[in-house]
Design a protein around this ligand. Structure first.
Ligand code: PLP
Length: 430
């Protein structure tokens, strides 16, 4: 495959942009080689600067649930730009957007629009702290909630210890306020809570994890967290930046039947434009400025172009429940095809899957938390990734990512992915 134009761009990019990219995973460091630079995309395909065509399995890390360059969203955006790009003043669409989110996700009684998932999670923990008058938060090892300082904390030396910063620039003070527990480990959470009575403002998690690869909550885990939070007056935050409007019309919370106190959103609600949101119980959201004392603001928040794209996307999803049945069917078709190939090749790799999210882990362990995800053979994953890319399949360039299917994928596309997967596994192992 010729990627010489991409290679040239990457060389130049490295002179002017740290690492040549505006978000680290794009640099392909986890899989080696040089990233392909994308020029355009339509429906189920992306095209790089050298004219190579790929079937899209990452879909901008989730937002493009209807496939690329959806005509309805294009029209809405074209229409909106006729009226200027930003006002920094309230607009009708923001009201419509808030009303729609509230109707689709009943745990959300009030919602505030921001510009990214990171802003959403940062703001959600701030309001939880304001509301409870407490400082500490609990997050789970391997969950990603954007790059806010409070979330860049690794597990440290265990669930009951204080976190240590994952990145220079995060102060010890901030790190000390973030406690971490292994995912799916209720006992560890209970221990943290008992050791920090009346100090924990919020517990934040991905109700289905996408960021250590796809990891599902064990039976009873979400229920158990809800119970602990209720007993201890802790604000339960579901970070549904990935899962919101993807795993069902009402997100993972609807799928699993658990009601969080706050929810953070992003990706799909922007239809591909930079948008995030946080919302939840009115009692908590009433603490947000200017109604309440917790400050949070944004020049471009509720941006009219982003609202036009997001509103069109959400309206479509709201009116077309068949989107979700199609995505379920596609997810099943793809992962059963993968399972068949794995069995046929005598391998024992693990596939985690729910709806339109999946990860093939190069490990024979059940993947239920970060340590088990890390038992994967990362070198092998890197080889497999490039074999898939060479066969025209565009995936997230890391083992610790979930893939995201779109409705633009037909059975024929999925069958091509299944075939490429089998060939790529054979080639990577040879
Ligand atoms: N939360 C989750 C669960 C995410 O997956 C991400 C990004 O992938 C974020 C938050 C951060 O969102 P953004 O990249 O829009 O800042």
């Amino acid at each position: 495959m010729n990627i010489s134009t991409s290679q040239g761009l990457f060389e130049k990019a490295q002179k002017f942009i740290p690492g040549g990219v505006n978000s680290p995973v794009r640099a392909f460091r986890a899989v080696g080689g040089s990233p392909v630079f994308i020029k355009s995309a339509k429906g189920p395909y992306v095209y790089d600067e050298d004219g190579n065509e790929y079937i899209e399995l990452i879909n901008s890390w989730g937002p493009m649930i209807l496939g690329h360059a959806n005509e309805l969203i294009q029209e809405a955006v074209s229409d909106a730009i006729q009226h200027s790009f930003s006002f920094g003043a309230p607009t009708r669409r923001e009201v419509e957007m808030a009303e729609l989110i509230v109707s689709m996700m009943p745990s959300v009684e009030k919602v505030r629009m921001v510009n990214s998932g990171t802003e959403a999670t940062m703001s959600a923990i701030r309001v939880a702290r304001g509301f409870t008058g407490r400082d500490k938060i609990i997050k789970f090892e391997g969950c990603y909630h954007g790059h806010g300082d409070s979330f860049l904390i690794a597990a440290g030396s265990g669930a009951v210890t204080f976190g240590t910063p994952d990145s220079p620039g995060v102060t010890k003070g901030v790190a000390n306020d973030t406690l971490t527990a292994p995912y799916n480990d209720l006992a560890a959470v209970q221990q943290l809570v008992d050791a920090n009575k009346n100090h924990i403002a919020a517990l934040i998690l991905e109700p289905v994890v996408g960021n250590m690869g796809c990891v599902l909550p064990a039976a009873g885990f979400l229920e158990g967290l809800r119970k602990i939070c209720d007993e201890e007056g802790i604000v339960l935050i579901f970070d549904e930046v990935m899962t919101g409007f993807r795993l069902s019309k009402g997100g993972a919370q609807q799928r699993f039947g658990i009601t969080p106190d706050l929810t953070t959103l992003g990706k799909i609600i922007g239809g591909g434009m930079p948008v995030g949101a946080y919302g939840g119980k009115a009692e908590i959201m009433n603490w947000v400025s200017p109604l309440g004392p917790v400050y949070q603001a944004g020049t471009l928040s509720g941006n009219p172009i982003a609202m036009a794209a997001g509103l069109t996307m959400l309206n479509y999803l709201n009116d077309h429940p068949e989107v979700y049945s199609q995505l379920e069917t596609s997810g099943h078709r793809l992962t059963s095809g993968f399972s068949n190939s794995i069995a046929k090749l005598g391998l024992d790799y693990t596939i985690n899957h729910i709806g339109s999210m999946y990860t093939l882990f190069f490990t024979d362990q059940q993947v239920t938390d970060f340590p088990s995800a890390k038992s994967s053979d990362l070198v092998l994953f890197g080889k497999y990734f490039h074999e898939m890319l060479n066969r025209g399949i565009y995936m997230g360039p890391s083992q610790f990512e979930s893939m995201f299917l779109s409705t633009a994928l037909t059975d024929a596309h999925i069958d091509r992915v299944i075939e490429a997967n089998e060939e790529s596994l054979k080639a990577a192992l040879s």
